[in-house]
Design a protein around this ligand. Sequence first.
Ligand code: COA
Length: 284
Amino acid sequence: MGPIDPIEAAHAEEVWPLSIEAGWNQNVADWRFMLGAGRGFGLRGADGRWQASSLVLPLGQRLAWISMVLVTKDLRRGGVGSELLKRCIEEVRAAGAVAGLDATEQGRPIYLPLGFHDLYKISRWHLDRVPTTHVPPPQGIALRPMVLADLPRLATYDRPLSSMERPTVLAHLATRQPGLAAVAETPSGKIAGFVLGREGRIATSLGPVVADSEAIALALIARATAATKPPFIIDVPAAHREIGAWLESEGAVSPRGYMRMTLGTAKGLDDLSHVFALAGPELG
Ligand SMILES: CC(C)(COP(=O)(O)OP(=O)(O)OC[C@H]1O[C@@H](n2cnc3c(N)ncnc32)[C@H](O)[C@@H]1OP(=O)(O)O)[C@@H](O)C(=O)NCCC(=O)NCCS
């Protein structure tokens, strides 16, 4: 195996073919953001092309997300994935943080022996059309477009509910799909939930959705689907059966899922009472 090289934000376009090969939804804007806000580690072939990638995205001082662990098909089962992962873990440990990730079925066998343990199951839903049912918010709650001035309050609302400190991620997503981003408010103007999302290579990705209640979350999801173009993908913790049931009633399918895993204990990360959709396996 050759040396592990840093992947810079300027390499976003060069490294993108790896996620395309895996059939993943990220676009160049996703790679550029993640490599800029986090640190990438990869492997180049003799021709200079990226053959493998991985990255660490800090979500505050205590948690860091490991993502984009990709090895080009010809190089798999040679230990490259494990080596990159170990590099990422070193990085997270050096920062004194806990590592989190969302494992695919292919990724889980390399994470388990490294000490990662299962936190909860996530269903990935695919929805090819705009839902037909109107889902109004509960009485007294109003939905409105998010504006950039909401971001500081949004980060304060999000932190205790998601157990992630991610103002950078929220601010980035708010600029990606401004038409989709929405806030739920009480009559006194208190935030009661929000939805963000982003366009992807194959589908519009919806999430995160954090809200005071499931009814508010559902209204936010329905609003977001009406504000942008299908197809959609949305990652919902499997425990939120009502959200899954609604998506299914609208024709969504969930052929596969992920396992959220951590190395160490991240306090509160397993509390799903207000987390109805995730930012995505690459963003936490
Ligand atoms: C997952 C992935 C990164 C693994 O990369 P890799 O370089 O092949 O991994 P390694 O060679 O380090 O594998 C380490 C061990 O994991 C296990 N493993 C890896 N792939 C496996 C598979 N498909 N089935 C069963 N076990 C597997 C094996 O125990 C393997 O050791 P071995 O080859 O000595 O038996 C690669 O398959 C990939 O890019 N897949 C598509 C993208 C993806 O799913 N990424 C993970 C996101 S969470």
